[in-house]
Design a protein around this ligand. Structure first.
Ligand SMILES: O=C(O)C[C@H](O)C(=O)O
Length: 498
């Protein structure tokens, strides 16, 4: 529309383009921070993981395919100027959902639909990743300012909230809490902290501030000038001193930056919200002024460090001839290159399999002596056999692990992050092992998958069981047959005093 009005189409086109953009481009400041973490990391396991994250990031930028198989829930922050002239007749929610629907179904780069309706009941996938999560504000001015982010479920799941006494230390609570989060939020990443306001306000602040650019190097150089900056710095240094490291393997960098937003609050209260963001932190910002939809500029490829194309090194493990004696030789922290056939299966498939076992029914696939990969891949395009296919958080499968190991003869599980005590005990009792792939390196991982065919529960969409064949898929032994866990030994080794 030439009369300077901000149109529905302009908003929808711009949001849809931004959703595609963030699916394959990390923000430049985030790439630079990850590259710095790679340079300084001294833990070999963590450094290898960061390398995979950076190689994956560059591959996604050139291939225009998603950084992570979890292409996120759509989080959109819209500030509408009270003097903005628009032609809008639909609600913002309807317009943003129309954009999400279009972006997630784009033929050249379809994104994964992860949203389920009826969360207390059927948990039916809505198939188009709607509805979006919308934060709206009416502000002064005549423009519409939009921030689009795709937020992964693993990091969102680690959100925490508390109301402290006004005299309590926010930094102490945050550091203590991050120590309990494990690695399911895919570090290295960001922490968003909202302090003050009301309980809901604190949460909204934490979510929004995660979209601010990474500027920790500046803050480290010039020192803090406000209480918020002092908190950022203290949390950054103390959390990194915990030694959690990339993927929880133990290392120097757990957070690339810490963002803090605050708001006046009740004299009796100190609400604090903590929201982590993962190695696939994805967001973009633009302003609509009535001059047409916004097309975001692609980042320069020179932003990514040149990490070469060396094939990963490690011991080769044949998945088609797994035997107990070989499994017993696996060492926590050791890199393996997997080849052969395995099955995929994550939350919904596990729930169904264990329900089938409880009813005395057979499993739909024969897991004897086999490996299962906890993954919900993106659909393939062109000549791909599968879309980006990184691991999902294994902890959610813990409660199904004992019955599955006992009934099926399963020998290997592949996912990301630590296992809980119950799962580790079951792994030890059954002489099984648990391996991790790098969360946030989904496109890279998918290149090791040479064939994929759905074999059960196809109605579950991305949660269906596939039989896949891999060649030289890099993984790290996280829990060995004796129950020793790299997620305990790694951070213990790299912990230091802040
Ligand atoms: O849903 C996924 O694929 C991964 C999820 O974001 C997770 O980190 O557990």
């Amino acid at each position: 529309m030439a009369d300077g009005r901000i149109t529905e189409q302009e908003l929808i086109d711009s949001v849809a383009d931004a959703l595609q953009y963030v699916s394959y481009y990390h923000p430049p400041d985030f790439i630079a921070a990850m590259a710095r973490a790679y340079e300084t990391e001294q833990s070999e396991g963590a450094r290898n993981a960061i390398r995979q994250i950076l190689v994956n990031s560059r591959m996604c930028a050139t291939g225009r395919r998603p950084i992570c198989q979890d292409t996120g829930s759509v989080n959109v922050f819209v500030e509408v100027g009270v003097q903005a002239r628009t032609d809008w007749t639909r609600s913002l929610q309807q317009m943003v959902d129309a954009a999400a629907r279009r972006a997630y179904a784009l033929e050249a780069n379809p994104l994964r639909a992860s949203i389920v309706a009826d969360p207390l009941g059927q948990r039916r996938n809505t198939r188009d990743n709607t509805p979006a999560m919308l934060q709206t504000e009416l502000v002064a001015g005549d423009r519409v300012s939009v921030t689009v982010s795709a937020k992964g479920g693993g990091s969102e799941n680690k959100t925490k909230f508390t109301v402290l006494n006004p005299s309590d230390s926010v930094a102490d609570w945050v550091v203590r809490t991050v120590e309990t989060l494990g690695a399911g939020w895919c570090p290295p990443g960001m922490l968003g902290i909202g302090v003050g306001g009301s309980v809901d306000k604190a949460m909204a602040l934490a979510k929004k501030v995660l979209n601010d650019p990474v500027d920790m190097p500046d803050l480290l150089r010039r020192g803090p000038q406000t209480a918020e900056e002092a908190l950022r710095l203290e949390v950054y240094e103390r959390v990194n001193a915990l030694g959690i490291g990339a993927q929880g393997l133990g290392g120097l960098t757990t957070v690339l930056d810490v963002k803090v937003a605050s708001f006046p609050t009740h004299a009796a209260s100190l609400p604090v919200a903590l929201i982590p963001n993962c190695a696939a932190t994805r967001h973009a910002h633009f302003v609509l002024d009535g001059s047409g939809p916004v097309a975001l500029d692609p980042p320069e490829l020179s932003l990514w460090p040149d990490l070469g194309t060396d094939a990963p090194q490690g011991r080769r493990l044949d998945l088609d001839t797994l035997d107990d004696a070989t499994l017993r030789t696996l060492q926590p922290g050791e890199t393996l290159l997997l080849s052969g056939r395995m099955f995929t299966g994550r939350d919904a498939a596990h729930r169904r399999m264990v329900a089938a076992l409880e009813r005395g029914e057979a499993l739909p696939v024969d897991l004897r002596g086999r490996a299962i990969y906890y993954v919900g891949p993106v659909d393939p395009v062109g000549d791909e056999v599968i879309g980006p296919a990184g691991p999902t958080t294994s902890t959610r499968m813990d409660k199904f692990t004992r019955p599955l190991l006992a009934a099926s003869g399963l020998k290997l599980m592949i996912g990301k992050a630590e296992r809980g005590p119950e799962a580790i005990a079951a792994i030890r009792e059954h002489g099984a092992a648990y391996l991790i792939a790098v969360g946030g390196a989904a496109y890279l991982v998918s290149k090791a998958i040479k064939s994929a065919r759905p074999v059960a529960y196809q109605d579950l969409g991305m949660e269906a069981i596939y039989e896949i064949e891999v060649r030289d898929m890099p993984v790290v032994v996280a829990v060995d047959t004796r129950g020793a866990s790299v997620h305990e030994s790694g951070p213990r080794q790299w912990r230091r005093t802040a």
